[in-house]
Write a protein that binds this ligand. Structure first.
Ligand code: SOE
Length: 384
């Protein structure tokens, strides 16, 4: 007789875009993956009673709380999933870790290096008792990105020289687009830099298996005030766009761009890497594909090959559809909770952990410092 795996109660805080994406992941993971630990969607928290009750029903949660502290206090919850704006990440994560709960925290980890340092230290302390903390850099879990990392690790690109990365969205192109919390530095920490620039910093470091050491960049805000629902306007206190250069520990050069003003580009995450033996290129708008140029091939027939990353041999794919049917945006979130549950059960490392989240935070802070100094800033330099 086989016994069923143990369960873990999940408590999720926040129920907007990210809350819906995470809920989809918690719902689907046990149906598609063999898990050593099965999630129960125990409770969701949100500030407004009617709103959180409706979200619980719509997204599939068993109960709803209006105070996140209640989730941490509940003995039937072992894992806290933080899907709130950045200004609340540190307080929730610290309280959860100190209560011995596992944590999944949306990116960027925090709104400042100081907060991220405290979170990483708390996570390291909690890890001694087997508590796991992970930061939600979801795009790592796209199968084509996993293949890119494998190709680099296997030496198929030879000596890597260039990284080109862009995260392009266009939802602020219209100056009349409404003001939201994402335009408020106190709540969001930064603008395009932290919201989407953080993803390409993490992705490129993940694919290359090495870290940025220094950066220099420019930030710009094109529209200073945006309409509020009451007819007034709200001040934009974050960057609309970030452009920066980065150098990796072994001299690899990176060129980065993150913007919400690339009219026509909805969620274009583009990464291109050139090495001495090969190159690869990825665009999230065609997320099931990785382009690979193998420089060892005869010049006569060499060229970028379009690899459709939908074979059962590709990371995560075998748990989904037959070859060629493809995955979407939401699957990365499912893969994230699968990896998290396996880490909690002890079978896999919890990556990216809060220390990795802190390192990305340091890169963001260094870009912001360089905007002030107009020079190169060390990632290891003073936080902000
Ligand atoms: C908004 O720009 C946003 O939702 C980001 O916050 C997410 O991290 C990204 O995946 C999609 O765009």
């Amino acid at each position: 007789m086989t016994s069923s795996p143990p369960t873990i109660g999940v408590g999720m805080i926040g129920h907007a875009f990210m809350g819906a994406a995470h809920s989809q992941a918690w719902r689907s993971a046990p149906h598609f993956f063999d898990l050593p630990l099965v999630p129960r969607m125990t409770a969701i928290a949100g500030r407004n009673r009617a709103g959180v009750d409706a979200a619980a029903q719509r997204l599939g949660w068993e109960s709803a709380e209006t105070d996140w502290h209640a989730l941490i206090d509940r003995p039937d919850i072992g894992l806290i999933d933080i899907c709130t704006p950045g200004d609340t990440h540190a307080q929730i994560a610290l309280a959860a870790l100190r209560a011995g709960k596992h944590v999944l925290c949306e990116k960027p980890l925090a709104n400042s290096v100081a907060e991220a340092e405290e979170m990483a230290a708390a996570a390291q302390e909690a890890a001694r008792s087997g508590v796991v903390a992970m930061v939600g850099f979801t795009y790592r879990r796209v199968p084509a990105i996993q293949l890119a990392r494998t190709l680099v690790a296997d030496g198929r690109l030879g000596t890597v020289r260039h990284v080109r990365a862009q995260y392009l969205q266009d939802w602020l192109s219209d100056p009349e687009s409404p003001w939201t919390w994402r335009m408020d530095r106190d709540r969001a920490g930064s603008g395009a830099l932290g919201d989407i620039g953080a993803h390409i910093v993490d992705l490129t470091q993940f694919i290359l298996g090495r870290e940025l050491t220094q950066v220099t960049g420019r930030l710009a805000t094109f529209v200073d005030r945006r309409p509020l629902p009451d007819g007034g306007t709200g001040e934009v206190t974050v960057d609309d766009t970030a452009a920066f250069l980065g150098e990796f520990e072994d001299g690899v050069l990176g060129v980065y761009e993150a913007t919400r003003y690339a009219l026509g580009r909805k969620n274009a995450i583009r990464v291109e890497i050139n090495g001495s033996r090969g190159s690869l290129a990825f665009d999230f708008e065609d997320m099931n594909v990785l382009h690979f140029h193998d420089g060892d091939e005869a010049a006569e027939t060499a060229g970028f090959r379009r690899i459709v990353v939908t074979e059962p041999v590709h990371a995560y794919v075998g748990n989904w559809w037959p070859a060629g049917h493809g995955l979407g945006y939401e699957h990365g979130f499912t893969h994230q909770v699968v990896d998290l549950l396996r880490a909690i059960a002890g079978g896999a490392p919890a990556i990216p952990d809060f220390t990795a989240g802190l390192q990305v935070q340091r890169v963001l802070a260094a870009v912001e410092r360089s905007e002030q100094t107009r020079g190169w800033e060390s990632v290891a330099g003073p936080g902000s």
